[in-house]
Design a protein around this ligand. Sequence first.
Ligand SMILES: [Zn+2]
Length: 248
Amino acid sequence: MAIESILPTPNIFEAKRILCVQPHYDDNDMAVAATLARLASSGAELIYLTVTDDLMGIEDVSLSDEAAAQALKRDQFAAAKIVGVQEQYWLGYPDAGDYNYFAVRRDLLKYLRLLKPDFVFTVDPWLTYEGHRDHIQTGLATAEAVMFAGLTKIASSDPTVDSAYEGHDINGIAFYHTREPNYISDISSTWETKVAAVRCYTAQFDPASMDRRIAALDAKSKQVAQGQSFTRGEPLKVLDTNALHVGI
Ligand SMILES: [Zn+2]
């Protein structure tokens, strides 16, 4: 019997409630805004959870942390409106800082048990040559929390959430920024939506670097669609939750 018939790759378009966990304010949208916009327009609920405070990448370093946080949230809410994100949560760990991996995992367990998504998107922590620890920690903590959400002996950061939790199914996880995609999402119809969302992140990019970023995304979206029946794509590694351990 083929492994694929035992643990088939889940269909992201069957997801109803999607939690998108990102290290920084713009990661979900830079990577997969066009796919997420398609999912939102076909009826899925989108929830974003941002792990760090993202204060190190701010363009105007003269801003106070409070003003910078306000600018980052302003950008994020503007993009959310375009993509169709319904709820946002923030964990506030220090961007590029010294924080505890297990504390992040406990917080992610809390939000998985509280929000009960049936699908999770996050950054691929196994991206070759990824140099940013926030990305590695966020992706790995999310994968572990997805695996462990139903194991209630593993405590989250909120005992009240844990005691009220009655279990739910997380059908799959989709990793973006991946070197090993097994699914290319057709984004031909939502590419312009993605560009509009990405352009909201003005607190982190000056106009010239934003133009370069859009040009890179433009080229990549066409490159990954080569050999497909569409012209633009976003690459994902999509796994059944049960495929997150020992390589099956
Ligand atoms: Zn990032």
